[in-house]
Design a protein around this ligand. Structure first.
Ligand SMILES: [Zn+2]
Length: 321
């Protein structure tokens, strides 16, 4: 029912020889402010104007809550050559770092921006820096996503946790957040992610749940209905950063794909990987189960990008190869 179609026009033309569309262009030889840099165009310190442009595609970003938005950036030749070609731009959106990764040796970079399922709608700005200079300010428009609401009535004792369990749950949430906090400066993933198990998708990402009249946290992953013992595979290459047995998520695996991108696999009946282990796209990492708080066997697949809870299915249709 919430079958989501890929967004037309989302794919970026990143192949060699494909022109990028000029966007927010800052003089790179001058000060941080674009107006003053332009005003100082005649100043002796300015680098040649023809080479002092950062090109970004698309010029403005737009996405809905839970989406992944891709962008590409091309540095002018002098900057691409700076520091022996090792200079890498870094983005920042609100409190979160948005790392760029190299697409080629000619100064072209890509980045993925995650929009949290609860992100406030409206305009934000992605600030891109190179070293200590701001080289681009990219407008980001965040739009509302329609998430279904589910209202349930269950016996009170099923939803109210005793103090001991509540303390356990808080500690486990912190453990998961800590495991997914680093922005590892490597990109292990490549190409689109694969769906981690066979079986129908339940369309449960972002679902708002109201239990006994009280709003609960939105559902932050996608559930797959699959029989107990079905194989679960890694959605892409990465490093296992946490294996745990948590009150809600049961036997679970967290994979760091690098550059601030993580996926997680919950309610497993068997885990066949260990922390620090490198895994490959399609490699079996465990089996479907109903461990933790689950009403029956299914796989809960979640993803986090730069701290944002994103729809993992967005990763199965990435613009980058
Ligand atoms: Zn779930």
């Amino acid at each position: 029912m919430t079958e989501r179609k890929s967004h037309p026009g989302r794919r970026l033309a990143l192949g060699a020889g494909i022109a990028l569309i000029p966007a927010v262009l800052f003089g790179l030889g001058g000060g941080p402010a674009p107006s003053s840099a332009a005003g100082a165009a005649g100043a002796a310190s300015a680098t040649p104007a023809i080479a002092s442009k950062v090109v970004i595609e698309p010029a403005a970003l737009k996405g809905r809550q839970g989406d992944v938005v891709a962008l590409a950036l091309a540095l002018p030749a002098p900057d691409a050559a700076a520091a022996g070609g090792q200079a890498v731009p870094v983005g920042r959106l609100g409190d979160h770092e948005v790392p760029f990764f190299r697409l080629d040796d000619a100064g072209r970079f890509g980045a993925l921006v995650g929009i949290d399922l609860d992100a406030p709608t409206g305009k934000q700005t992605l600030i891109v820096t190179l070293g200590d200079r701001t080289v681009a300010k990219v407008p980001v428009l965040i739009q509302a996503q329609h998430f279904p609401t589910q209202t349930l009535t269950v016996p009170d004792e099923m939803v109210h946790l005793d103090d001991e369990t509540l303390a356990r749950v808080k500690q486990e949430q912190q453990q998961a957040l800590t495991a997914m906090a680093p922005v590892t400066p490597s990109r292990w993933w490549s190409g689109s992610f694969v769906v981690p198990t066979d079986g129908p998708q339940m369309g449960s990402f972002g679902k708002r749940r109201i239990i006994n009249g009280e709003p609960r946290n939105p559902h932050s992953g996608e559930d797959f209905s699959a029989p107990e013992g079905s194989q679960v595979v890694a959605a892409n290459d990465g490093v296992v950063c946490l294996v745990s047995d948590h009150f809600f998520s049961g036997h679970s695996i967290f994979i760091d794909h690098g550059d601030g991108l993580y996926t997680m696999y919950f309610h497993l009946s068997k885990v066949s990987v260990e922390p620090s282990q490198h895994v490959h796209k399609g490699q079996v990492i465990g089996l479907v189960g109903s461990s933790g708080r689950a009403t029956g066997p299914h796989l809960h697949w979640g993803a986090r990008l730069n701290g944002a809870r994103i729809n993992p299915l967005e990763l199965t249709r990435l613009a980058f190869q």
